[in-house]
Every structure is written in C-alpha cells, then in structure tokens.
Design a protein around this ligand. Sequence first.
Ligand SMILES: Cc1cc2nc3c(=O)[nH]c(=O)nc-3n(C[C@H](O)[C@H](O)[C@H](O)COP(=O)(O)O)c2cc1C
Length: 163
Amino acid sequence: MSLENFAIEYRKTMSSFATGVTVVTTLDENEFIHGMTANSFTSVSLDPPTVLVCIGHTRNTITHVNNTNEFAINILSDKQKHIADYFAKEQAIGVKPLELNWSIKYGSPFIEGSIAFIKAKVIQKYNHGDHAIVLGEVQGIDTQEGNPLLYYQSNYLFVPNSS
Ligand SMILES: Cc1cc2nc3c(=O)[nH]c(=O)nc-3n(C[C@H](O)[C@H](O)[C@H](O)COP(=O)(O)O)c2cc1C
C-alpha cells in the first residue's frame, strides 16, 4: 500500500473510535481566548489528577500552550456544534466569533455552555511524530447540565433522544 493510501486507511480506521468533542483553550499574547477543537483528550490518572491532549506541532495552540504552560479543556454540548466547527479552523488572531460567550475560570478561558471544564497546568510534553502529547495536572474542574456532542467517522452526532 502506498504511503498516501495508508494515511487514508489509517484516518478511516481511527475515525471508528467514537469520542466526545472538546475545545482546548488558552490565552494568547493579548489575553484573548484561543481555541482548538480536539478529540484526543484523555484522562490519564486520578492521583494525581492528570489529563492529556495531543496537539499537532503546526497548530497555533501548541505555541500558546508553550507560552502559558497551561491549557483548559471545554467538553462541548450538543448545542455547540457551531463552536466545534469554528475552532476546527485556524483563527485570525483577535477575531471574536459572533456568538461566543466566554469568561475566565481558574485563570483560563471557559466557553459558556460547555458541559464540563478542566483547567490543567502542563507537567510534561512528549514529542512524537507530527504531534506533541501534552500532560496536564488538573487544577480546577466544573460540570454543567447538558448532553455531549459526539464525533464518529468524521461526523458530529448527537445522543439519541436528546434535544
Ligand atoms: C473533531 C475534531 C477533532 C480534532 N482533534 C484534534 C486533536 O486532538 N489535536 C489536534 O492537533 N488537532 C485536532 N483537530 C484539528 C484542529 O482543530 C485544527 O487543526 C485547528 O485549526 C487548529 O487550530 P490552531 O492552529 O489555531 O491551534 C481536530 C479537528 C476536528 C474537527
């Protein structure tokens, strides 16, 4: 199989793993929210509470994570598909999406309406291939009512019988 065909098959295979959808948020150099849609988020350990997210070396997010040494995970609700779409594209710096309400929680940007929020301090970073595995020790958590947005085979899905 050619490298190109393998890449297509590999992406297709991995897309069979259904996940929730998060936006990794950081503050940029203007103390403005920067977000990146991500589904590589995982809980690693309870003691100490540790999470990880894999961030591509070419993403703007890795620069902000390196600069601030922290990040937050916003777990999106089924009403936030437009936010997932927005943050899956590169942001022009300083441009605020029209309908995004955000505030600062535990020192990091919180996207209002997310069903869970996890603030983490970077404790370790491993570079592997085209991504960095970023480990963060959890410093603050919050949950809200709502149903999750799901992602499966490159499509957003909703929990059956939810709104
Ligand atoms: C559902 C979904 C999940 C994604 N997960 C990741 C991820 O885990 N890590 C990553 O680096 N990019 C991921 N991406 C791609 C980024 O969201 C996209 O490259 C974004 O434009 C990066 O923004 P930035 O360069 O401003 O940081 C994902 C995209 C989608 C649609």
